[in-house]
Design a protein around this ligand. Structure first.
Ligand SMILES: NC(=O)c1ccc[n+]([C@@H]2O[C@H](COP(=O)([O-])OP(=O)(O)OC[C@H]3O[C@@H](n4cnc5c(N)ncnc54)[C@H](O)[C@@H]3O)[C@@H](O)[C@H]2O)c1
Length: 305
């Protein structure tokens, strides 16, 4: 059955261009009322312009959809409040938040300034917090919400020259891992997209024909599914783009559990390094408590015995 967003309201941050624009257009085409947020600055986070958000709203309205623009920066707490308020004031509810706004300030770590670090964290990390923190009480109260955060292969796997960006994008995984638990009881699903697409952000690193071919539209289906009521999963990292859809995960290897009987030393670790590092039989985890699995199993066995 077709996935519909009829009667639902979505906020898409950074929706004036690139991936965010493509998400907003597809959600609106499927019936969602959309808040098109975009500050309209340059790829390094300088300046502001209302034109990109307005233009995407005009496109949505011309295609028969419903949208309002919002020009706040996600990087301030007040901006996050205004973005959520724009949804509530105009449409009376909020069901979906896609935290997509982003900038880059690439430079090798030994040349990275404090400003390069802070600006990237302000948009990606504080920006995600600012919007979600204001959306969260709405989701809890109505016992429904769908969230997609945006990470990057740069954070999951690493990319030279992106220490600030990679660290900020990995923060999304930490945030998701906690919110998937806090939202579960309220039917709030929080997943993360790791996209790849030819956009303004990637045109500095991709050749022009790649930018042209890797259209944001190849990422859209994964994000749109994850913010639909049909999606009942939470806490997943999905990579999409360039004709691929796959899950990425932080997994825990089986390791060795010598128990608490005897303290081990560094030589013991050295001797067992291969087994400790092996990912054979590795599993994704749901919460931190599971890291104490072996200890808790030992205690339970002692109690029974
Ligand atoms: N394109 C890729 O291959 C790729 C890969 C990995 C991750 N990402 C992530 O995907 C997201 C979208 O990137 P894109 O490639 O579409 O780039 P883009 O530059 O085309 O779009 C990003 C949008 O975010 C807006 N924005 C920036 N700072 C903002 C702020 N403070 N408040 C509100 N809006 C702001 C920009 O004005 C811009 O329109 C980003 O989070 C990016 O880091 C992209």
């Amino acid at each position: 059955m077709a996935i519909s967003f009829e009667g639902q309201v979505a906020v898409v941050t950074g929706a004036g261009a690139g991936l965010g624009r493509a998400y907003a257009l597809d959600l609106a085409r499927r019936g969602a009322k959309v808040v098109v947020n975009d500050l309209g600055g340059d790829p390094h986070g300088q300046g502001a312009d209302a034109a990109p958000a307005r233009k995407v709203c005009d496109e949505i309205i011309a295609a028969g959809g419903t949208a309002v623009p919002n020009f706040d920066s996600v990087a301030t707490y007040e901006g996050g409040y205004n973005i959520v308020k724009t949804a509530l004031d105009n449409f009376g509810r909020l069901d979906i938040v896609i935290c997509n706004a982003g900038i880059l300030r690439d430079v090798a770590f030994h040349n990275m300034s404090e400003e390069d670090w802070d600006k990237v964290f302000a948009v990606h990390v504080k920006g995600t917090f600012s919007v979600l923190r204001h959306a969260w009480p709405v989701f809890r109260q109505q016992a429904y919400g769908r969230v997609v955060l945006t990470t990057s292969s740069s954070g999951i796997y690493g990319q030279f020259g992106q220490a600030n960006y990679g660290a900020a994008k990995t923060a999304m995984l930490g945030l998701m891992n906690v919110l998937k638990q806090e939202g579960a009881k309220y039917n709030v699903m929080v997943n993360t997209i790791a996209p790849v697409a030819g956009t303004r952000l990637t045109q500095t690193v991709m050749p022009p024909e790649m930018v042209e071919r890797l259209k944001p539209e190849y990422v859209v289906p994964a994000v749109v599914y994850m913010v639909s009521k049909e999606c009942q999963d939470s806490g997943l990292i999905i990579e999409a783009g360039a004709g691929n859809f796959n899950r990425a995960a932080i997994v825990k290897g089986p390791g060795i559990q010598p128990g608490l009987g005897e303290l081990k030393d560094a030589e013991w670790v050295q001797a067992n390094w291969e087994k400790i590092c092996s990912l054979e039989g590795a599993e994704p985890m749901w919460r931190t408590g599971q890291t104490l699995k072996a200890y808790l199993a030992e205690k339970a066995a002692q109690k029974q015995g």
